[in-house]
Design a protein. Structure first.
Length: 428
């Protein structure tokens, strides 16, 4: 079975999953990227050990978002002749791929990082597009419980849904026994208004005032607010010892997380928040706003952190408790380490495989041997059949050369370094 996934960019947190799919027996997995990168991203990518194709870059910008429209996806799909087409968004390029699957009578899988909360503000046109595509898709992949709720809101049969988590290399972040943690608080992400690093500084200042000592705050990341952050830090120099690390590569991140005690994630809106995975894997309790997808799923109130609206005094209260109650800190750290283990590359890859099996009518783990977290508790033990699908057209030669404007890339052991540390997916 050949499966082709169409996505905007090669996301660092998905590349290890794609690498595992490349070694799945019976599956010929290939990825298609609309672009190598977008101007506002400088990602540090791990090696890509799967076949991938990069389309000729064509995009528009709208309110800071990049809308990809690559018509050359059509001749590429015609050459590849996949049995399953997976799309993870609703840019024109994704819709071109979906329409090709309809035209050639191939299975389509809808994949999303979005949630019922993150898509509440969609326009009627956006909602209609989703409803139209979902009604004509054979399987569905969500990155979270919120994504599953989103599918259900559109009337999708839960038996056709699988999970493919957003995850990190948990073992790489695992803290060594007795690790020194010189920083009280940590913030990691783009230094932009949506991530609110200035709020993290305000929390550190209030925490220090209550503890009646200076608090050490580690900030990892870069962005347009770096100057304002440093300027604000000069006004709190008596209470906050701010260390701005700047951009961090993937190799640097584990040690940085392991050097702090409490993680601050005051986002104004993240469909998930991969930085929370990194923090939990490093044993840090997490303070997060309800606007992050991890709230209530990975970060559980009172267990491995706190979910609070962005009120400085409330966050300072939580931080003080975690920094002064060693038993509480250890319990939260231990629970976070345990909870993050289910968000793993192997299970995320299996969710994509299972969706392909459901879409093509084959039996997969999602139907027979489901793990407790892979389907909702009230889901039926067996898949309830699949949508009728005509026999696919005969595939063309798989050795044909791509059109000149398409760059087909086979696995290379050399890593691509183009990442500024990012804490969210952009599969829109």
């Amino acid at each position: 079975m050949r499966a082709v996934l169409v996505t905007n960019l090669p996301p660092p947190y998905r590349v290890p999953i794609f690498n595992r799919l490349a070694s799945q027996p019976g599956l010929d997995f290939q990825a298609v990227f609309c672009a190598t990168r977008e101007p506002n991203r400088a990602w540090d990518l791990p090696p890509m050990a799967f076949i991938h194709h990069t389309l000729r870059e064509r995009y528009l910008t709208f309110h800071g978002r990049y809308i990809h429209h690559n018509p050359d996806i059509l001749p590429l799909l015609q050459r590849l002749q996949p049995d399953v087409v997976i799309t993870d968004g609703f840019n024109p390029t994704h819709l071109y791929a979906f329409l090709w699957a309809r035209w050639r009578q191939r299975a389509h899988v809808a994949m999303t990082d979005g949630t019922d909360r993150s898509e509440r503000s969609l326009t009627l046109l956006h909602q209609l597009a989703r409803r139209w595509v979902f009604r004509r898709s054979q399987a569905f992949i969500a990155a979270s419980d919120g994504g599953q709720r989103l599918f259900r809101a559109y009337g999708v049969d839960r038996a056709r849904c699988t999970y493919s988590w957003l995850c990190v290399d948990n073992a790489a972040f695992a803290p060594p026994p007795g690790a020194a943690r010189p920083y009280d608080l940590m913030f990691c992400g783009r230094l932009e208004a949506a991530k609110d690093p200035l709020f993290a500084l305000a929390v550190a200042h209030e925490t220090a005032r209550r503890l009646q000592r200076r608090v050490r705050l580690l900030v990892v990341g870069a962005g347009s607010l770096e100057g304002k952050l440093r300027e604000a830090a000069r006004d709190t120099v008596a209470t906050v010892d701010l260390h701005c690390h700047g951009f961090a590569s993937q190799a640097e991140l584990p040690a940085l997380y392991q050097s702090a005690r409490v993680f601050l994630f005051p986002t104004h809106g993240d469909v998930w928040g991969i930085v929370a995975n990194e923090a939990c894997a490093a044993g840090l309790p997490v303070l997060v706003t309800p606007q992050a997808g991890v709230a209530g799923e990975l970060v559980i109130e009172g267990r491995n952190g706190h979910v609070r609206e962005p009120v400085v005094e409330d966050w300072a209260t939580c931080a003080v408790r975690l920094l002064t109650d060693e038993g509480l800190w250890r319990a939260c750290s231990r629970h976070g380490l345990q909870r993050v283990q289910r968000y793993a590359f192997d299970s995320a890859a299996q969710g994509i495989v299972d969706a392909c099996h459901i879409a093509t009518g084959a039996q997969g783990i999602a139907a027979d041997d489901v793990q407790p977290w892979q389907l909702p508790p009230d889901a039926p033990p067996k898949a309830r059949g699949n949508l009728p699908r005509d026999k696919p057209a005969a595939p063309t030669s798989r050795t044909a050369r791509p059109p000149p404007q398409i760059r087909a890339t086979h696995p290379s052991p050399q890593p691509m370094r183009r990442r500024q540390h990012s804490d969210e997916g952009s599969l829109s």
